[in-house]
Design a binder for this molecule. Structure first.
Ligand code: LLP
Length: 436
């Protein structure tokens, strides 16, 4: 979480950001890391995971961290150290989770179009393969069964069901409704059971699950989906015997500045109570949080390159131009997400104070726009974009020939790792040399 010292200077994990970064345009370089740079507080991430776990009381559970939110080794290792497994959506993410010490038995693999080599890696991991490949369609069942036969293994699978629940969130991150490409629709479940029976010994169904969407700021829809899952688990167990887990998905919201009345542990407490009430108390509860484990514990730091004033129909407009753009943090451009932007070295303006500046990046797109934020004169030389620990670096690109952002990892009050991107010169050489 971003904190401020007595002078108002921004801090992460007990360190002043201005001491970590190279903020001079000419730059002393050296040890300091150039902007744009993400800074993460690993201890706070581990704490968030433990707080969520505590919400399950003594009930058997697995927090499968959705690696897509932040794939950096120090982050995955910190969360694994706090007891998390992993939810992955590609062969690459699976390999990262395994390389970071997550046990195969604690890994779930979702995704609507897993390739044969990806399926093989999941089935082939460790002694018995991963905890479960999440089946997202009837058509996927024979594909996974064929790979299991080819490898001479029995693959553990779970069905990711689409419960038809409309999550109250941005359309791009709502996944549990009827129009989404994700999961097996309830109407297709009978066909899925038949296909599973045809797969015979190649597959072992170990769980049922759903993930209805992301950035949920109330529990209602999550619990509606959970109830639907529990009813289906009860039916399946009655007809075919034990399942080992029920997976309620991720999606726990965070406070991006407009508030978030529910904490991840509130979801955990609520579903634990539902499971107990359903009479399926022996069933292990799985959740797949990504954002809520990391978003609030990462910031993106950027230098202010310059300010600009322009006169138009609506009068004067004030712009603040950063050295970070949509290639570094895509969420505002893609989802109209608003991340709070504050001075890095001084306190943010008091509520209602300051003038509104449109904060933009250098990328040649109108959507490279972080929205309007208040600033006071004199303008800061650097800013922090808050709550950028999730879906920040993982969605970054080299668009416009820009380097990827740097990353700094803080734990125990010190910098424990720095990731410097490959230099722009390497990008130039690679692109220019194609076909030469
Ligand atoms: N499980 C599955 C199957 C998912 O598809 C997702 C996210 C998660 C778990 C984790 O959801 P979370 O706890 O992070 O909400 N790039 C977007 C978010 C995309 C979410 C995709 N799936 C953003 O920046 O808001």
């Amino acid at each position: 979480m971003l904190k401020r010292d007595a002078t108002g200077s921004a801090m992460m994990g007990g360190l002043r950001l201005c001491d970590l970064l190279d903020l001079d345009e000419a730059g002393p370089g050296g040890e300091r890391v150039p902007t744009p740079a993400y800074v993460y507080d690993l201890d706070a991430m581990a704490r968030a995971a433990r707080e969520l776990s505590a919400g399950f009381g003594g009930a058997p559970h697995l927090v499968a961290y959705a690696v897509k939110a932040n794939t950096a080794g120090p982050v995955v290792r910190a969360l694994a150290g706090a007891g998390c497994g992993a939810e992955v959506v590609s062969g690459g993410e699976l390999a990262v989770a395994l390389a970071c010490g997550v046990a195969p038995e604690a890994i779930l693999y979702s995704g609507v179009a897993k390739t044969a080599p990806e399926i093989d890696r999941a089935i082939g991991a460790g002694e018995r393969g991963i905890l479960a490949l999440q089946i997202e369609s009837v058509e996927e069942i024979p594909r996974v069964a064929a790979r299991a036969r080819a490898l001479g293994r029995r693959a553990r699978v779970s069905f990711r069901l689409n419960p038809g629940v409309e999550a109250d969130t941005h359309a791009y991150v709502a996944t549990g409704h009827d129009e989404a490409k994700f999961g097996v629709a309830l109407a297709d479940l009978p066909a899925a059971w038949e296909e599973l029976a045809r797969a015979g010994d190649a597959l072992e169904l170990v769980g049922l699950g759903a993930h209805i969407g992301s950035q949920l700021t109330r529990t209602d829809e999550y619990l509606a989906s959970a109830d639907a899952m529990l009813a289906l688990c009860a039916q399946r167990i009655a007809s075919h015997g034990a399942l080992s887990f029920v997976d309620f998905g991720g999606g726990f919201g965070v406070d991006y500045g407009a508030g978030c009345p529910v904490a991840p542990a509130d979801f955990a407490r609520a579903v634990t109570e539902r499971v107990a009430r359903s009479g399926l108390g022996g069933l292990r509860i799985v959740v797949e949080p990504g954002r809520s484990m990391v978003a609030s514990f990462g910031v993106l730091c950027a230098r202010v390159v310059m300010a600009k004033r322009s006169r138009g129909g609506e009068g004067e407009r004030r712009w603040l131009m950063l050295d970070a753009g949509m290639n570094d943090l895509l969420r505002p451009a893609l989802y109209a997400a608003k991340h709070r932007i504050e001075p890095l070295e001084g306190p943010p303006p008091a509520p209602g104070a300051g003038k509104g500046f449109r904060v933009v990046g250098p990328v040649c797109e109108s959507s490279d726009d972080f929205g309007e934020h208040p600033f006071e004169e004199p303008l800061p030389r650097a800013v922090v974009l808050r709550d950028a620990g999730a879906y920040g670096y993982t969605m970054a690109s080299e668009y416009n020939g820009r380097s990827l952002p740097a990353e700094i990892f803080v734990a125990g009050g010190r910098v424990v790792a720095v990731h410097r991107p490959r230099s722009a010169a390497v990008w130039v050489a690679e692109r220019a040399s194609i076909g030469q």
